[in-house]
Design a protein around this ligand. Sequence first.
Ligand code: FMN
Length: 400
Amino acid sequence: MVRSYDPTRPVDDAVLTDLLDQASRAPSAGHSQGRDLLVLRGEARERFWDVTTGRAAGPSAGGPPSDGLPAPASPDRWLSGLRTAPVLVLCLSDPDRYVARYAEADKVAARASPGAAGRGSGRDAWPVPYWDVDSGMAAMLLLLGAVDAGLGACFFGVPDHRHHEVRDAFGVPTDRRLVGVVSLGHPAPDRRSPSLRRGRRPFAEIAHEGRFGVPFGAGHVVGVDPDPAARAHGRPLPSIHKCTSRPDGYLSTMSDDKSAAKDLVTTLKDGQNGYTEAADKLTQSNRPEWAQTMTRFAQQRGQFAQEIVDMGHAYGDDVDESGSVVAAAHRGWLSLKDAVTGDDPSGVLDAAVQGEDHSVQAYEEALKKDLSADFRTVVQRQHAEVAAARDEVKGLQTAS
Ligand SMILES: Cc1cc2nc3c(=O)[nH]c(=O)nc-3n(C[C@H](O)[C@H](O)[C@H](O)COP(=O)(O)O)c2cc1C
């Protein structure tokens, strides 16, 4: 979800038309198509924010997420970011259209079938309100289409007590439900939602097979059913669950990101210090040209550490503990202080190789953790470059 947009770049009319057309083709129960998409741009969009924040009448009352997740640290930041979206699309559902559709002859005739039980006689008879489901399907197509079109988008809810005023402000019939709003625009630099700190629920906890609580594919992992008794009683399979689910539940992903980030920043800063000292020593040796390589890698480690620290900040976390690291021994670089220079700079390279072996190992440890997709991509890229640096230093060591 994108919650900050470039206010100077409107969404092209043709692109918006395509997105709406695509969304209007979303699947719907009984092909009822009981949803409407109301586009707000320019002044209408301003009016939406006035109404939903209470500025149209009375004190400010809302704006931040109403998705049941924790509110962002600053509702004002949420609001000022979302307000930059040049386009808002209200996603409205129309329950009566479904009730009427399911009262038609074909649906009445099919009422005896398991898929239709209880429907058609009134809104309350529906175990699942398909009108809201279908609006969600249309909203999802807007979100996906936006990504394909190179745009950013966010689905968000309107504060409960403002639904009536929003309907009123834009002439929406009172029988329509305001399922949510999709903001659209060209993405601008954004802070990630604090909700993402919950991390992702493990796949095996969400995807079940055969019986609730049995992780999808559990039987296929070893080729045979590993615990038929557990399966029969609907108990989760312990060995699989041990790998995929932890007592800290939703927090598992973020806590892994955070601990891996801290370890890597520590290692990278060690490397930065080590390479800087190595460069100093080599400048005074008979191989001053190697000092440039050391300086290059010192800079690389500084950039890598900063990239991870910045990612942490985007989640609201401080993963830089380098203050306490300064006093710590340089892991793998211990022999550096004893390394001889002058005619024999090889000791410096030995220390650098040890330091690099430690760095590569730290990345390999991090990649074994349950990292979020974005962070894993960064760690994988840095791992490849750190391994290449290690090989380059080993090449110098071999040649010396
Ligand atoms: C039904 C629904 C309601 C949501 N409401 C809000 C909201 O009111 N404000 C908001 O900022 N995000 C809202 N979101 C977006 C979620 O916070 C977001 O999807 C979630 O944090 C995961 O982030 P991602 O979609 O960027 O992966 C909503 C999402 C859904 C599906």
